[in-house]
Design a protein around this ligand. Sequence first.
Ligand code: SF4
Length: 144
Amino acid sequence: MVENVDMEKLPRFLPSCHKEAEKLDIIFTCSGAASVGKIGHEVGVLLTNAGQDARLCCTTAVAAGSKMHLEIGQRARKVIVIDGCPMKCATKVIEKAGIKVDHSFTVTDFGIAKQPTLDISDEDILKVALQIAERTGMKLNIEQ
Ligand code: SF4
């Protein structure tokens, strides 16, 4: 028997994106190695944790040709892609895989410059996340 387990410290498991794709807004991010790529990834995390039925999924798995991840994108209720900069790498990956993109966002379009750093601010993450939630009609459960 497990004793003295702090339930608050256990990981919160996410819905299975393959089993439940039809009920989920699936989010793909470029997760690029620059400020805006990292912001885009953290926005995907925030929307996964606070958004209603939203779930970050593996963009690299789609690029690698994973059948399971292709199916997730094809069956998703909605596909939201978040790129860091105008190169739009994630959107290109998803579209080349034949997945319909419902919303494609670019972090630099929100007035945030691309910088060669991975030090980013919570304010920028929240700003982008709130605007993406508003434009996609996603309900968020966060206190402001
Ligand atoms: S979209 Fe921009 S930030 Fe993202 S992976 Fe491509 S070059 Fe990097």
